[in-house]
Ligand binder design. Structure first.
Ligand code: F6P
Length: 520
């Protein structure tokens, strides 16, 4: 990250950068039991943003969550805290501490599931969602209120600095923040990045107009709106046009609102390749790998995911069951290892989904397993070293989300895999735009096609498998997280210094001059 740090500091020397995201950059590690230690937080957002925050020295405004609340003594609204993680990274965190009920309505009613389900097309619209006055209440007392608290904290942090504020707000939790900050800091540069898919204008109409218009009004107060894929950018512009009646320019990727021009850009998030490779070579991962080598079969199909409905875990199991029916020759020779983490367990749909995942795996094992062989190895465990050891060992990685903003599992897996493993990849994962050409593409709803894709991946000639893996690795190496950061910073620079502006249609595979400098 050294090059990106120097580059970022140079580019941002005239700014006071502030990151705002629901999640903080750190998690609490409870070992050893007698003291609180911090580790880098998990998840795509934290992975991508940590580099940016460390490189810019930005203050990170985040919400207190249950796990952390008991551990730290602080008041929301106070001075930022310097938190050092076990790997020596130092983050300045400025806390928002919403009342528990407000946080619950914001996080567990509006953000998850309502917005998350809309943006991943997860609602079964014949039955749900059923919106009523309680939704309105959750919007007012939860989502709006917590967004207001975030905005106040961002403004407080901005006023502590002497330079022009640059506010980088993130994701579906904070859609109202840009407007609320703009009111207080009209000259600030505001960028909002959306990590999850942006659906079609029609699907947004699941939400009542008061909600979707406030979301758009909130976001369109930013100068730049960042999204993961071409399709997201297009859907966003279409939403401006069709749902808001705004003029937009698809070629220039701009929308016009309240006398301002808003840039709508694609920045596909990625991983820190070098750091990830270091992690993969660490003693903890090697230890985990040795344990895997004791039981791994001839061929290992692998998946690692949060137990989120968008990840499509159950159809993945059904597809595997069909593979074993259609090709009994694989029985006893292959294992499907699913390393899953529980998530969002305060949301009833997630609790029910976790229950079903476990149940389906159990039934398949009962139907097809024997005393000496279990077709599915299901582990519910949040263990980064083990997950990375699995990446090194898979023959086939199954990434079959219904829809996914990007999916860093695919990028992490192919970066450190040692066996020339194949990637079976949903056409609806954001990462398909970058890796689809060399992956085995599936429609995530079609379990027979997925079974065939798994079969093809297992049988693929090793030379072809290695060649494809190499191509994918090269793409991730080139488009790693440094590039995600630099592309955004260049746009911010172009925005404030229009003479340096570059054309929006510059492709991902052609580094622009500043990127070339960075990549050297
Ligand atoms: O952008 C989606 C995202 O924020 C990811 O970065 C992350 O993996 C996931 O959702 C985490 O969700 P939560 O913070 O609700 O656990």
């Amino acid at each position: 990250m050294l090059a990106i740090e120097q580059y970022t500091r140079r580019l941002l020397k005239d700014f006071h950068p502030i990151v705002a995201a629901n999640r903080p950059p750190v998690d609490v590690a409870h070992e050893p039991a007698d003291r609180t230690r911090f580790v880098r937080g998990a998840g795509g957002l934290v992975t991508g943003l940590s580099g940016l925050a460390l490189a810019t020295g930005a203050v990170w405004v985040a919400s207190v969550r249950d796990g952390l609340e008991g551990e730290l003594e602080f008041d929301g609204g106070g001075e930022p805290m310097m938190l050092e993680t076990t790997d020596g990274s130092r983050f300045q965190v400025s806390w928002v501490n919403p009342p528990r009920l407000a946080y619950d309505l914001y996080y567990n009613t509006i953000a998850n599931p309502l917005l998350w389900f809309v943006q991943h097309y997860l609602w079964n619209l014949a039955e749900a969602p059923v919106l009523d006055d309680s939704t309105h209440l959750a919007w007012n007392e939860g989502y709006r209120r917590v967004n207001q608290m975030f905005a106040q904290q961002v403004v407080r942090e901005a006023r502590r600095g002497r330079k022009r504020p640059l506010v980088l707000s993130h994701d579906y939790h904070l859609y109202l923040v840009p407007r609320l900050v703009r009111r207080e800091l009209p000259d600030a540069v505001l960028q909002h990045f959306v990590h999850i898919p942006w659906p079609t204008p029609q699907y947004w109409k699941v939400l009542p107009s008061y909600m979707r218009e406030e979301i758009m009004d909130g976001l369109l107060a930013a100068d730049i709106i960042g999204l993961q894929t071409h399709s997201d950018v297009r859907n966003f512009l279409l939403t401006c046009e069709e749902n808001m009646g705004l003029p937009v320019d698809f070629r220039q990727q701009t929308a016009f609102y309240r006398g301002r021009t808003i840039w709508v850009r694609r920045y596909p998030i990625s991983i820190d390749v070098r750091e990830f490779e270091r992690t993969a070579a660490s003693p903890m991962v090697e230890r985990a790998e040795r344990e895997i080598l004791r039981w791994r079969p001839e061929q290992l199909i692998y998946r690692v995911d949060r137990m989120d409905l968008s990840k499509n875990i159950i159809r993945g199991f059904f597809a595997y069951e069909r593979l074993l029916h259609a090709h009994p020759e694989w029985r006893g020779r292959v294992v499907f290892w699913a390393l899953l983490q529980k998530t969002r367990q305060d949301v009833p749909q997630y609790r029910e989904y976790a229950r079903q995942v476990v149940q389906v795996a159990r039934v398949i094992n009962q139907r097809l397993g024997s005393d000496s062989w279990q077709p599915i190895r299901l582990e519910l465990r949040d263990d980064m070293s083990r997950a990375v050891a699995g990446y090194k060992q898979f023959d086939v990685l199954l990434v079959n989300p219904i829809y996914d903003g990007m999916n860093l599992v695919a990028k992490e897996g192919i970066t450190v895999n040692r066996r020339g493993g194949a990637l079976v990849l949903s056409e609806n994962a954001g990462t398909h735009e970058e890796l689809g050409e060399w992956a085995i593409t599936i429609n995530p709803f079609d379990v027979d096609a997925t079974a065939q894709a798994l079969h093809r991946a297992l049988l693929m000639d090793p030379v072809e498998r290695h060649a494809r893996a190499e191509k994918m690795r090269a793409v991730v190496q080139q488009n790693d997280v440094a590039r995600w950061i630099s592309a955004q910073l260049q746009d911010i620079r172009d925005l404030v210094e229009p003479s340096a502006a570059r054309r929006p249609e510059v492709g991902l595979h052609e580094p622009v001059p500043l990127e070339r400098e960075l990549l050297r």
